[in-house]
Design a protein around this ligand. Structure first.
Ligand SMILES: *Cc1c(COP(=O)(O)O)cnc(C)c1O
Length: 381
């Protein structure tokens, strides 16, 4: 088929996945694919997860929308699951970009300052505020004027610390830059950024839209490296595919987001909240430990990839993986070759083959997928 009635904003592959079960996706021709994409880091619990499906089915028959003018016990339950025993508050949104818009608005309102520092190669979304904080010129091309007072410095660079000054409302970053090429933040540098934010009264915002909800083996990736951000944003995997975003902020920011300051018609509706609740109740310490254990085997296997001539390096944490290919091969050709072998994969900036398998994938399926990738990369040498 060809899609002639839809704006051509996406460069789509020529087949249509129509169903999914566990970690396998089936297309309209009946071909099965082992899924190393989870949507794009969304279906962390795979397809047809019984607990999520049951929760949503039950809620569907009760009520799927009611406005934010009333009490909502599901929002409270999800917020409680998100913050744990920390003194934090949650604002619900419908997507990652909306969660980051909320963070930008809150940072300006709470500090009374306007300037925001972001990083080259970052990705924070496509709406104006989030796009303006995104460190990729290609994404912003033709859309000027952007939101003012946002500047960019290099990620993982000591010199960037000098740009964190008293006149900033916030610094925003990803613990691992996802779309930008699976670039892992250096732990000492991340802590230095946080420390500089503290002394300059700058809010430290961590965008966990891609890295969160177990992707790196922790509820949020910042917890794995011991950070303490003022604001955290989440979306993608939060409701395993139903549209939910969340901004989590320290409770002392509460007064800046009082009644009427911000809102959303759909956000936090009972249907998506029932899915988020079923996701977060399954994201137990034992589940996360299992993810870290599976990831350890995956990273043992990935060591071998350095031997391949068309691989420059491999980066990532947990089940967020970037295989950086040399200029000798185009990542999209590799992705298409992998489709032929029954495997779905993603790309990222910098000719990077990006892998985001569902966290529920078995160790043997993870290793078998890697084996397929190794073979295809070897054949392309
Ligand atoms: C995907 C992504 C976003 C945008 O999320 P949407 O739900 O597409 O708006 C923001 N930040 C990061 C780090 C992402 O990976």
């Amino acid at each position: 088929m060809s899609m002639t009635h839809v704006f051509p904003t996406y460069d789509r592959f020529d087949f249509e996945p129509i169903s999914g079960n566990g970690v396998v996706v089936t297309d309209d021709q009946g071909q099965d694919y082992l899924d190393f994409t989870s949507g794009i880091g969304v279906c962390n619990f795979g397809y047809e997860n019984t607990k999520i499906q049951n929760a949503v089915s039950v809620q569907l028959t009760k009520m799927w929308h009611i406005s934010n003018l009333y009490q909502n016990h599901l929002q409270e339950a999800v917020a409680e699951l998100l913050v744990g025993d920390e003194d934090k508050l949650v604002f619900f949104a419908n997507s990652g970009t909306e969660a980051n818009e909320a963070a930008l608005k809150l940072a300006r309102k709470a500090t009374g300052k306007s300037k925001v520092l972001s990083f080259n190669h970052s990705f924070h979304g496509r709406t104006y505020g989030s796009m303006s904080m995104t460190g990729n010129d290609h994404i912003k091309e033709g859309f000027a004027p952007l939101v003012p007072d946002i500047s960019f410095v290099d990620y993982n660079d000591e010199a960037s610390l000098d740009a964190i000054t008293d006149d900033l409302a916030a610094v925003i970053l990803e613990v691992i830059q996802g779309e930008g090429g699976v670039i892992v933040g250096d732990q000492d540098w991340l802590h230095a950024v946080q420390a500089k934010c503290k002394v300059t009264n700058t809010l430290f915002i961590i965008d966990e839209v891609q890295t969160g909800i177990g992707r790196t083996g922790y509820k949020f990736a910042y917890q794995g490296v011991g950070l303490d951000p003022d604001i955290v944003t989440s979306a993608k995997a939060l409701a395993n595919g139903l549209p939910v975003g969340a901004m989590i902020g320290k409770a002392n920011l509460g007064p800046a987001f009082g009644p009427g300051t911000h809102g959303s018609t759909f956000a936090g509706n009972p249907l998506t909240m029932s899915a988020a609740q079923a996701v977060l109740t399954q994201l137990t310490p034992a589940f996360l430990e299992e993810v870290r254990d599976k990831a350890a085997s995956v990273w043992d296997e990935l060591d071998r990839f350095d031997d391949l001539k068309i691989v420059n390096s491999v980066s990532g944490r947990g089940l967020m993986i970037g295989i950086h290919l040399t200029a000798d091969v185009a990542v999209n050709d590799v992705i298409k070759a992998l489709h032929q072998k029954g495997l779905l994969t993603l790309s990222a900036v910098g000719n990077t083959l990006r892998l985001l398998p569902p966290l529920v994938m078995s160790k043997s399926d993870l290793l078998s997928g890697l084996h397929t990738i190794y073979q295809v990369l070897e054949e392309n040498m």
